[in-house]
Write a protein that binds this ligand. Structure first.
Ligand code: 5GP
Ligand code: ZN
Length: 116
């Protein structure tokens, strides 16, 4: 059972709408509400995992799948060649605001390094 009051659980359950570009039985990929690049998606597992620190040994396949889906979306939406960035913000200093594991997929402009 997933938390009733978690924003991303609500989105994965379809209770809150999102601009979804890919979904399967394990995860959803949808556009970020406040995009930081011309292409900005969130890769969100259906399973409620609060942070990267809460990833369990039994989640290994899921974490691998997330990265395979990132490349699939990159090819399908046309930014595989130009490149992209995958970001996970973990807890306070990482800048995490939604406490349901997610990976930002950013593309469509030259991204700066180091990040702010
Ligand atoms: P975090 O700061 O936790 O790494 O990322 C959370 C992201 O979720 C932010 O980039 C924020 O813009 C996005 N976000 C917050 N609420 C919503 C929402 O209701 N819908 C969508 N699509 N994105 C959201
Ligand atoms: Zn959740």
């Amino acid at each position: 059972m997933t938390p009733t009051n978690c924003l991303f659980c609500k989105i994965t359950r379809g209770e809150i709408p999102a601009d979804t570009v890919y979904q399967d039985e394990f995860l959803l990929v949808f556009r970020d509400l406040n995009p930081q690049a011309p292409q900005h998606f969130l890769i969100v597992p259906r399973k409620h995992i609060a942070t990267t620190l809460d990833i369990a040994d039994t989640d290994m396949e899921l974490i691998g799948h997330i990265h395979r889906v990132a490349s699939k979306v990159a090819f399908e939406l046309g930014f595989a060649e130009s490149g992209f960035r995958i970001v996970n913000n973990c807890k306070g200093d990482g800048g995490q605001t939604v406490w349901h594991l997610h990976f930002h997929l950013l593309a469509g402009r030259q991204l700066n390094w180091p990040p702010g």
